[in-house]
Ligand binder design. Structure first.
Ligand code: GLA
Length: 743
C-alpha cells in the first residue's frame, strides 16, 4: 500500500494530498478560484479551519462574473491562491501573464476539472524528479481555464509516498485559434498567511559559490534571480523559508528548489496584511513565448520539501531525493573514482612528457582516474582559441601517441581516463566560427560582448547541437574515455538567434537550455558507461537540472580549503555530498595565495567526491606518503562519505570552527570532521556535539579506542581542544558502534 494519498472532498471542495509526513491542501473557492490552504506537517483530516475569512476591504476589487460580483467581502486582492492571474483584481505579482492578439495582458484562471493518478506525470524535454514504480507517488492534475483567452492551464502536484516532498510544475495549452504570448509563467506559487518567516538563499560569485544568507522579509518584493543564461554562481535556484527560531535541527523549514539550469527567479512578496506570496520559475525578464493554436508549454519543475526538524531535516530530504530520484545512470550509486586533474598542475602548458610524469606518480599513490583538462583540442594553447573545434590537437600529445596513446597509457596503469569539453562555447579563432559565424548567439548589427575571449553557441538551433554532438561522438567513438568534465565558462549576452523571427527572441534563452539538455541527454544515453561531471567555471551550474544528467559537479574553482569550508557547507543545504567534487590543490593556493597544510587540504577535500589538482611530480616523498594515506583513508570511508547521511554541526559562517559528520544508514559508523580556522593564544575549549546517533549504544573511536555512549556524544559532546598552535587545523575521528552492542 502506497503512503501517498490524494483525496477530493466534494463537500468542502478541498483537495488533500498527504503521506505520513506532509499534507498539502487546496480549495476550489467561490467562482472557481483555486485557493491555497496549507503545506506542512501531515494532518489527519481537514474540516475547514483555513477557510479564507470574508471581509469588505477598501480598494479590494471583487470577483468578476455572476453571481460573485455582488459579494463585496470576497476579493482576489488578499485571497491566498494557488496560481494567480494578472490585472483582474490581484495586485500582487502574478504567476502568469499572457498577451492576447488584442494586446491585453489580463489573465483570470478558474477551475475546470481535475484528475488524480498513480505515479508521476513527467515533463517531456526538461529534467525532473522521477519514480521507479507507480506506488511511489500520486499526482493531482488540476485544470484551470481562462475563458476569454481560451487557454487551459494544468497544475501538476506529485506527492511522494515516503518523502516530505511535493513536486510541482505547470503546463499551458492554447485552445484558441489565435496566438497567445506567454510573458511570464511560474512553476510554482505558494501563498502563506500572515507570518514572520525568514528566507534563506544561496548567493555567491565565481570562486565564492553558495554562501548562506538568511534575512527577515518585510512588506514589498524580495527577489533572488539569475539573468545570466545559467543558474549561475551568483544565485543558486533554491530558497528555504524558516521561522525565526528555526535552527539546524529544530523548527520548521520549507525548501523550494528549481530543477532548471537557466535564468530563474524566486520572488517573495509580502502584501499589505503581511501575507507572503512566493513564486518560482523561469526569470520573466527577457522571456516570452509565442503559443500558437494547439501548442503547449511546460514550465520547469520545482521540488518542495517540508521539515519540522530544522534545516538538517530539509537537507536530508533533498539529499535523498536528488540522489535517489533525480540523478540517474550507472554512476548514480557507484563509488566515484579518485581523480587527478592536470588543470592546476599545468594549465594549457602540457605535453606528453609532462602528463606522463604526473601519471607515473599517480598510479602508485592509488589515484583511480586521470582527467586531461582544457587544452587538448583544436590549436588550444591559451583561452583565446579553438572552442568549437573538438578534434585532437595532434601536435600537443604527439610524442605520447596522441589522445589514444594517452588513453592507452592511463588504462595500462589501471586508471580510468577522463577528458574536458566545453560544448556550448565557440572561439572566434576556430574552424567552426570561420565556417559558421551564424552559429553564435549575437545580434546581427551589434558588436558581440566578449568574455574570457569566447562566445556562446546558439544552442536554440538544433543544427548547432547536432554539430557539437557529432564532433564529440567522433572523439568518444575513437578514444576509450571513462569520464567527461562538461564545462561552461561564460554567461550569455546578446541572447538573440538569427534562426528565429524578431517577435520570438524572448524564447532564445529557454530554447538554449532545451538545446543543452538535449545534448546532455543524447550523450548520456549513447555513452551510459561514461561518468559525466558538470562544471561552469567551478560551481556556476550546480543545480538539480544538471544533476539529472550528470551525477556530480565541480563545486568551485576555489580549492583553498578554508574558503571551501563555506562553499561546501553552503552547497549541502540542498545538494547531496555525492554530487559535490572536492580536490586537494597546491599550497600556496592559486586562488587565494593562502598556505595550508596538506592535512587540512585533505580533510576538507575528503569530505566530498575526492581528487587532486596539482603536480604530483613536484611533491616531496613525505608529501607523497601523506597523499597515499589520504587516498587509503578515502577508499575505506568512501561509501560512508558519498552515500551516508551528512549532518552540519558547526557553521563556518558563524565562527572560527566548522564541524560536520557522516553517519551510515544503521548509525553504526560515524565520521566527525572538525576544522579550526585561526589559532588564538589562550584558546577556549569549545565543544562539538554530534547528532543523529543511537543514544544508548557505545561508539568506539577507532584511533584511540576510547568509547562513548551515543547520547553522551550528542548531549554532552566532545572537547575540541586545539590540535596544534597553528592556523588552519583539522581533525577527523572515526567511530564505530562497539561489537555486540546492538544485539
Ligand atoms: C573552468 C573550470 C576549471 C578548468 C578551466 C579550464 O574554470 O572550472 O576547472 O577546467 O575552466 O579552462
Amino acid at each position: 500500500m502506497s503512503n501517498a494519498n490524494i483525496f477530493f472532498d466534494e463537500q468542502q471542495q478541498v483537495f488533500h494530498l498527504s503521506n505520513q509526513q506532509v499534507s498539502y491542501l487546496i480549495q476550489i473557492e467561490d467562482g472557481g478560484v483555486l485557493s491555497h490552504l496549507y503545506f506542512g506537517k501531515k494532518v489527519s483530516g481537514y474540516h475547514g479551519s483555513r477557510l479564507y475569512p470574508r471581509l469588505d476591504r477598501g480598494f479590494s476589487p471583487n470577483l468578476a462574473g455572476e453571481p460573485h460580483q455582488t459579494d463585496r467581502r470576497f476579493s482576489k486582492d488578499t485571497l491566498l491562491q494557488e496560481y494567480s492571474g494578472y490585472d483582474t483584481g490581484d495586485f500582487r505579482q502574478a504567476a502568469i501573464k499572457l498577451r492576447g492578439v488584442d494586446g491585453a495582458e489580463a489573465t483570470d484562471f478558474r477551475f475546470k476539472s481535475y484528475a488524480i493518478e498513480k505515479g508521476k506525470t513527467n515533463l517531456s524535454d526538461l529534467p525532473h524528479a522521477y519514480v521507479l514504480s507507480d506506488d511511489e507517488a500520486q499526482t493531482l492534475a488540476i485544470v484551470l481555464e481562462d475563458v476569454t483567452l481560451n487557454v487551459e492551464l494544468t497544475l501538476y502536484y506529485t506527492i511522494y509516498a515516503d518523502r516530505p516532498v511535493v513536486t510541482r510544475w505547470s503546463n499551458i495549452k492554447n485552445l484558441s485559434s489565435e496566438n497567445v504570448k506567454i510573458e511570464k509563467i511560474a512553476s510554482l506559487q505558494l501563498d502563506l498567511p500572515a507570518n514572520d518567516l525568514e528566507v534563506i538563499s544561496l548567493p555567491g560569485a565565481h570562486v565564492r559559490e553558495r554562501s548562506i544568507e538568511r534575512q527577515p522579509l518585510r512588506q514589498g518584493l524580495t527577489t533572488f534571480a539569475s539573468h545570466r543564461g545559467t543558474s549561475s554562481h551568483h544565485m543558486n535556484p533554491f530558497i528555504a523559508l524558516v521561522a525565526p527560531t528555526t535552527t539546524e535541527n529544530q523548527g520548521e523549514a520549507v525548501g523550494i528548489q528549481l530543477v532548471y539550469s537557466g535564468n530563474h527567479q524566486f520572488s517573495l512578496e509580502k502584501d499589505y496584511v503581511d501575507q507572503l506570496r512566493i513564486l518560482a520559475g523561469i526569470n520573466e525578464e527577457g522571456f516570452s513565448w509565442e503559443l500558437t493554436p494547439d501548442d503547449s508549454f511546460q514550465t520547469p519543475e520545482t521540488l518542495m520539501v517540508y521539515s519540522d526538524e530544522g534545516l538538517n531535516g530539509m537537507s536530508q530530504a533533498y539529499h535523498h531525493l536528488l540522489r535517489e530520484r533525480v540523478a540517474r545512470g550507472q554512476y548514480q550509486y557507484a563509488q566515484r573514482p579518485i581523480v587527478i586533474n592536470n588543470w592546476e598542475a599545468t594549465y594549457f602548458d602540457f605535453n606528453a612528457e609532462k602528463i606522463e610524469e604526473i601519471l607515473d606518480e599517480a598510479a602508485p599513490l592509488g589515484v583511480e582516474m586521470f582527467v586531461l583538462d582544457d587544452g587538448w583540442f583544436g590549436h588550444r594553447d591559451d583561452d583565446d582559441s579553438s572552442l568549437g573545434d573538438w578534434f585532437e590537437y595532434t601536435a600537443k600529445l604527439k610524442d605520447g601517441g596522441g589522445l589514444n596513446g594517452l588513453s592507452q597509457k592511463v588504462h595500462d596503469k589501471g586508471m580510468k581516463f577522463g577528458l574536458w569539453f566545453e560544448p556550448e562555447m565557440i572561439s572566434k579563432n576556430s574552424d567552426l566560427y570561420r565556417a559558421h559565424p551564424e552559429y553564435v548567439l549575437r545580434i546581427p548589427e551589434r558588436v558581440m560582448t566578449p568574455s574570457r575571449d569566447q562566445y556562446v553557441l546558439d544552442f536554440s538551433r538544433p543544427e548547432v547541437v547536432d554539430n557539437i554532438f557529432d564532433q564529440m561522438a567522433a572523439i568518444l567513438d575513437n578514444v576509450p574515455i571513462d569520464y567527461i568534465k562538461w564545462d561552461m565558462n561564460r554567461h550569455l549576452t546578446e541572447v538573440y538567434s538569427t534562426a528565429l523571427p524578431a517577435d520570438r527572441q524572448g524564447e532564445v534563452a529557454h530554447r538554449y537550455m532545451l538545446g543543452v539538455y538535449d545534448l546532455a541527454n543524447r550523450l548520456t544515453s549513447r555513452y551510459p558507461q561514461i561518468l559525466f561531471e558538470g562544471c561552469s567555471g567551478g560551481g556556476g551550474r550546480f543545480d538539480a537540472g544538471m544533476l539529472y544528467y550528470f551525477p556530480q559537479s565541480w563545486t568551485s574553482d576555489n580549492t583553498d580549503p578554508i574558503e571551501r569550508l563555506k562553499i561546501q557547507y553552503g552547497t549541502t543545504l540542498s545538494y547531496p555530498v555525492s554530487s559535490m567534487t572536492a580536490h586537494v590543490s597546491a599550497s600556496p593556493n592559486h586562488q587565494t595565495g593562502r598556505k595550508t597544510s596538506l592535512k587540512v587540504r585533505g580533510d576538507v577535500a575528503t569530505a566530498g567526491v575526492f581528487g587532486y589538482e596539482l603536480n604530483l611530480a613536484k611533491l616531496s616523498d613525505a608529501e607523497k606518503s601523506e597523499i597515499k594515506d589520504q587516498i587509503s583513508f578515502y577508499k575505506q570511508q568512501r561509501q560512508l562519505i558519498q552515500y551516508g547521511d551528512f549532518y552540519r554541526i558547526k557553521s563556518p559562517f558563524e565562527g572560527n570552527e566548522t564541524a560536520w559528520e557522516f553517519v551510515n544508514e544503521d548509525k553504526t559508523e560515524v565520521l566527525l570532521f572538525n576544522y579550526r580556522v585561526l589559532s588564538t593564544a589562550q584558546p577556549a575549549f569549545s565543544i562539538t556535539k554530534m547528532s543523529h546517533l543511537l543514544p544508548e549504544v557505545l561508539y568506539v573511536d577507532q584511533a584511540t579506542q576510547e568509547s562513548f555512549s551515543g547520547d553522551e556524544l550528542m548531549s554532552i559532546g566532545l572537547y575540541n581542544a586545539p590540535i596544534e598552535q597553528a592556523d588552519f587545523t583539522s581533525s577527523v575521528r572515526y567511530f564505530k558502534v562497539q561489537e555486540n552492542e546492538l544485539k
